[in-house]
Design a protein around this ligand. Structure first.
Ligand code: NAG
Ligand code: NAG
Ligand code: NAG
Ligand code: NAG
Ligand code: NAG
Ligand code: NAG
Length: 448
């Protein structure tokens, strides 16, 4: 009996570990990073005169910014699709991950708020938590009444929201705000803001809702109206006589442009205080995430192909790394790669459960690393390979050097928690650093 148990345990762990490598010709899939937006939610805030205030939202625990059952379902669906792409199963494109959850193979990191955490839970329910996926009662979940058959809980890790510069583009980062204030003084942003079409749209909104808007808060109105059209379409239109599809589309277009500016996308290079403002904005928004990803890919590669002896245990097993996050996080990746125009067509922001997957592949002939970029535009869509849209790439696979160069260019000059505190240009910054060092040396000398 004991022998049988040992045999059974050995067999099941061997079965989990010994998935043959996934090949596409000479290409071998090594690791996947995926960044997704949460699903459908309630507004996170709204204008003061709105009929639909916090008590209008009762789902997902109730109140502002909560994931709705529709949002949960969107991630359940995406999780099932990801299973079809990556998990060892009859329908799978790549039998890459084990059919039953194996803690060594994956890590899920969510931003620290309810809707992204619950989106991750819902997604994992689709990927690993269904009856019939091969998990075993008594091993993978309790064989007990009251426990849903096949439901395997997956750990969702998180970090403090306000200091999460990787997943949360609204983290506490004075440098990002300082750069944004500079950007707003640029000719390009001022000319756009003062153009007749834009200023009349903003003025109209102010008169309708009796509130004035800064550019960075402007999103609140189109976002709330987007959601109210899903949940309260008829009474929204009946009560707010100013609401029209045309007006809504105009404020959405204004908002899209604000987002582009905030991510440093200008028609002309904006130079202020000797800085390329567009580049500096991207360094605080996309830099930490892109570098987090490429560092992990490089570690995986080094641990697999260079003879690195220590510190490789975790990464050797790791195959799937998730960032459960926000539209802005998905956007940060797309902008870094120069393909934000595909976020949604014709333009705009990543929709609910939009997901971008960065697949790390190894060419076993030339022994170089490649990546494939795959985009899930919105719930209901499939996965689209977008690699060839990236500058410097052609075909479905692109040299990892391209991704590495992008990440390096966007790498903050210092660890991001320090970099976020620097609100002066790098030239005056180095002046003040040398000055401080001079003071320190002098003091040191005086007190010696
Ligand atoms: C998350 O849920 C808790 C408890 O329901 C609530 O107090 C909190 O405000 C929510 N936070 C966010 C960021 O959604
Ligand atoms: C507009 O807002 C101001 C300040 O909040 C308030 O005093 C005023 O009554 C509002 N007017 C209308 C028409 O709602
Ligand atoms: C809201 O109603 C309008 C007008 O009836 C319709 O055109 C639109 O498709 C509806 N929107 C949603 C999200 O249901
Ligand atoms: C909004 O309009 C609906 C009609 O669709 C009406 O029943 C409702 O009472 C109105 N709500 C308010 C707060 O005026
Ligand atoms: C950028 O250039 C395009 C093409 O000329 C133009 O349509 C758009 O309005 C410009 N955007 C801004 C913000 O000036
Ligand atoms: C893999 O490397 C071989 C040898 O250099 C090359 O011919 C082939 O095009 C590479 N395959 C891909 C998909 O990059």
């Amino acid at each position: 009996m004991l022998y049988f148990l040992i045999f059974a345990v050995a067999w099941s762990s061997a079965q989990r570990a010994d998935i043959p490598p996934v090949k596409d010709g000479v290409m071998e899939l090594k690791m996947v990073h995926i960044v997704w937006r949460h699903g459908d939610r309630s507004p996170t805030k709204t204008f003061k005169a709105d009929l639909f205030q916090e008590d209008a939202w009762t789902f997902g625990g109730g109140g502002w910014g909560q994931l709705s059952p529709m949002g949960m379902f969107q991630h359940l669906t995406l999780g099932k699709k990801l299973r079809n792409r990556y998990v060892n199963d009859v329908n799978s494109t790549y039998n890459f991950l084990p059919s039953v959850y194996d803690q060594k193979t994956m890590y899920v990191r969510s931003t620290g708020i309810n809707r992204t955490l619950i989106s991750a839970t819902s997604n994992m329910l689709g990927m690993y938590g269904q009856d019939g996926y091969g998990s075993a009662a008594g091993t993978d979940f309790p064989d007990a009444q009251g426990w849903p058959r096949g439901f395997v809980p997956i750990p969702i890790h998180t970090v403090d929201y306000d200091s999460d510069h990787i997943g949360n583009m609204d983290s506490d980062c004075p440098r990002r705000e300082w750069l944004w204030n500079l950007a707003q003084q640029s000719e390009e942003v001022k000319n756009w803001r003062n153009s007749a079409a834009v200023s009349s749209t903003i003025d109209e909104l102010t008169s309708y809702v009796n509130e004035t808007w800064s550019l960075e808060d402007f999103w609140i109105v189109p976002d709330a109206l987007f959601i109210e059209q899903i949940y309260y379409n008829a009474s929204l239109r009946a009560n707010n006589t100013w609401f029209s599809d045309d007006f809504y589309n105009r404020i959405v277009a204004v908002n899209d442009q604000i987002y582009m500016f905030q991510y440093g996308i200008f028609n002309n290079t904006v130079t202020m205080q000797n800085m390329n403002i567009g580049l500096e904005l991207l360094k605080v928004r996309s830099g930490p995430l892109m570098n987090d990803m490429i560092d992990r890919i490089n570690t995986k590669s080094d641990c697999t192909y260079s003879k690195i002896a220590t510190g490789c245990d975790w990464i050797n097993g790791l195959k799937y790394f998730v960032y459960s996050a926000h539209d802005e996080t998905v956007y940060a990746v797309l902008v870094a790669l120069g393909i934000e125009r595909f976020a949604i067509i014709p333009h705009g922001y990543p929709l609910y459960s939009a997901a971008v997957s960065v697949e790390y592949w190894r060419n076993t002939t030339d022994n170089n690393n490649y990546f494939k970029l795959v985009y899930h535009k919105q719930s209901g869509d499939g996965f689209e390979v977008m690699t060839s849209e990236i500058e410097g790439c052609s075909g479905d696979y692109c040299s990892m050097d391209v991704l590495e160069q992008i990440a390096r260019k966007l790498k903050p000059d210092q660890p991001i928690d320090k970099w976020c505190l620097i609100t002066e240009s790098s030239s005056s910054y180095s002046v003040s650093i040398s000055f401080l060092m001079f003071v320190a040396t002098t003091l040191n000398y005086l007190f010696m």
